[in-house]
Design a protein around this ligand. Sequence first.
Ligand code: CA
Length: 234
Amino acid sequence: MSFNLDAWFNAIRDKHIDVDGALGAQCHDVFLSYLLALGGVKNDGHAPRDGSTHYVWTDFPNHRPGLTRIFTKHAGANIQRGDVVFYSHYPYAGTHVAVAQTGVRSDGTYVGIDQNPNTVQSRPLPTSGIVGVLRPKQHILGNTPSKPSPKNNPTDPQEEDEMKTAGFFYRRGGDLICIITNPVSGLFHEYAANDGVYNSKIATAFGTGDFPEISVSHARKLEEDMAKVREGKR
Ligand SMILES: [Ca+2]
């Protein structure tokens, strides 16, 4: 299935929307509108704990398992068009949420749809303070502008080598545990980091792209496999 992001945005742009009928037009109402448009139910967009919007991401999928029909969870190291971007400490508003229209551009911002205090609008948004993204399972129509660096051309053989380094994360208690791994060298590096910005920088440095979520048992299997690779290299 495909989803027309622009049609959804055009229907709500320049308006104040209050989808949950609570606390007026908030950033969270944009997420709720998007969730409904993607075929979800409003109740699944409920923000747990103190009601801060980013806890939707933190407590995914345990708080509302129904969200897994619509989204997958990512650490936010590589924002894509259509992603719901959650902030735990957005520069001016504390917790915040926006829907990305583009990936991160060369100036370090991406173009996102949000509201509060403004009406629903599209504007450049910062990547600082991001905890992670929920990515629609549906194909998002329209272009995600290609990345500025020609180094990211997948047909470049040098890039293919770099792509072999991958990033993953899993959750242990309240912690986000990240893994950087390389099946060629046997690299297996694990660290705890709940800071999406920190992880974005690590991902850029290692050229890993996105950090998908994996299970704890999968992480342990990876660790074993990488140890075997290193063993074989001796
Ligand atoms: Ca509201």
